[in-house]
Design a binder for this molecule. Structure first.
Ligand code: GLU
Length: 479
């Protein structure tokens, strides 16, 4: 059953701190969070830091910052605590030892006395005899008492095939050959992932486990542990992989599985990131493609996760981000745009012009660096030949510019806005019969650019005096 009314839904995101998180990790977190939020449940952040050799400093902060950035907030976690504190596996060793002892007592675990060389010899022999190497074929007859310094192995007693239900994939099955005596606690005293997560999920009351489908092959191991400990299986929600842009192979670092916080640095919106991640492998079953985080939570349904997964497409992300930029209230938009602008360019009226031209806010930085926005606050310099439109004679361009200055001068200062300017330029264009011969030199005189926001808006932003002064300068250059 997907949603047992009487049971509080508890989900978790359980990253290992082995480097930066990427879109794949965040999508897992997002689905677990959305499911908890939708069902008024609890979402836990747990850090699985038992592989000390692979740990990378700063990873925990990185994952927290990534989640916080997009608003995936947790109810229990290492920083805020909760009823099942602590939330870092390295601080939960007592729990693992407690359950390890239960397993030893029940005859489900034994201390592994073999040296590396001995194991290698077993392996070699198995190879020679062309049979798979299995630990369970080499169980010691009288294992030493486990004192914490030897690895502790699980003893699979029921060598059988396992069946289970997955809320994405339905009924799954694996043969007995998948089962072997795996390590519960390593020689260094830390538990393995296989053991630790089962104990934590049990103690934390996790009802739904969402994780990548690469864990399907290990599931029989987990099931044998649940059985040995006589605990109820949680629900499994194995998420499909995120494919690269070609849809053929799994997303790799080269084609987009980058440090998730890079997206923040590039100026994407958190709501767009949620929208984008949500749709990789899920959709609401309607045509709607732009969702706010609240709408996503409302519509999220495990049944709509597709087994085949989805592919990562940065163009799609850019499109989604642009749509989310359009949804921003004016003040928020201004705040975002201003963050990327130097003081002298923090002009209210240029905000919509910039917003129209970008997919992500980071593009503003390029515009600023390339000087594309400089004309808003300083006179542009340009080659006077550029004022000429196609093969129009210089005299015609000059005449048109003089005419424009004449007409602009007649507009009252207070009425000098984009509509008035547009009407005025339209009338002049009609008289001359060639729009380009009027608009092109005006645009150039005002911005120094052949491609720029339209000259009506530039004029409004510059104001009457500055506009006329720039046009006069162009006239002077051509005279
Ligand atoms: N620590 C595991 C990982 O980062 C989590 C797997 C799980 O969610 O159970 O891959």
């Amino acid at each position: 059953m997907e949603n047992n009314q009487t049971q509080k839904i508890v989900t978790r995101f359980a990253p290992s701190p082995t480097g930066f998180v990427h879109v794949g990790n965040l999508r897992t977190a997002l689905y677990a969070w959305a499911y908890a939020r939708k069902n008024k449940g609890t979402f836990i952040l747990r850090i699985e830091d038992t592989d000390k050799a692979r740990e990378v400093e700063g990873s925990i902060e990185h994952v927290m910052e990534s989640l916080k950035w997009i608003g995936v907030n947790w109810d229990e976690g290492p920083d805020i605590g909760g009823p099942n504190t602590p939330y870092k596996q390295s601080e939960r060793l007592d729990s693992y030892i407690k359950y390890a002892k239960i397993l030893i007592e029940k005859g489900f675990a034994y201390a592994d006395p073999y040296t590396e060389e001995e194991v290698e010899a077993f392996r070699k022999k198995a190879d020679e005899e062309k049979r798979p190497f299995l630990y369970r074929d080499h169980r010691p007859e009288n294992p030493p008492v486990w004192n914490g310094s030897l690895p502790l192995r699980f003893k699979v007693k029921d060598i059988k095939s396992y069946e289970w239900n997955d809320l994405v994939r339905g009924h799954l099955k694996a043969g007995a050959e998948a089962l072997d005596d795996f390590i519960l606690i390593k020689g260094d005293g830390y538990p393995t992932y296989n053991f630790a997560h089962v104990i934590d999920d049990l103690e934390m009351g996790v009802t739904h486990i969402m994780r990548g489908d690469e864990f399907i092959s290990s599931t029989p191991k987990f099931l044998s542990l649940y059985d040995a400990l006589e605990i109820k299986r949680p629900e499994f929600v194995m998420l499909p992989p995120i494919m690269g842009p070609d849809g053929k192979k799994k997303l790799g670092k080269r084609d987009g599985a980058k440090d998730f916080l890079e997206y923040k640095k590039e100026g994407y919106l958190p709501s767009a990131m949620i929208n984008f991640l949500a749709f990789i492998g899920w959709n609401p079953g309607t045509e709607k493609e732009i969702l706010t985080p609240e709408e996503f939570i409302e519509l999220f349904d495990l049944k709509q996760i597709h087994i085949s997964g989805g592919s990562f497409n940065e163009d799609k992300l850019n499109w989604i981000n642009k749509e989310h930029i359009k949804l921003l209230p004016e003040n928020d938009l201004e705040k975002y745009v201003f963050e990327w602008l130097p003081k002298e360019l923090q002009i209210k009226k240029i905000v919509p012009i910039i917003a129209e031209r970008i997919y992500k806010f980071g593009e503003i930085k390029d515009m600023v660096e390339k000087g594309e926005l400089d004309f808003f606050y300083k006179e542009p310099s340009y080659d006077k030949e550029k004022l000429i439109y196609k093969d129009t004679a210089k005299e015609i361009i000059l005449k048109n510019l003089i005419n424009v200055v004449d007409q602009f001068s007649k507009i009252e200062e207070l009425k000098f806005d984009k509509n008035e300017v547009r009407t005025c330029l339209d009338v002049i264009s009609l008289e001359t019969g060639k729009k380009g011969e009027v608009l092109h030199p005006v645009r150039l005189a005002l911005s120094g650019l052949e491609k720029s926001p339209d000259p009506f808006i530039i004029s409004e932003i510059l104001g009457k005096e500055e506009t006329i002064s720039r046009l006069n300068k162009a006239i002077l250059l051509l005279s």
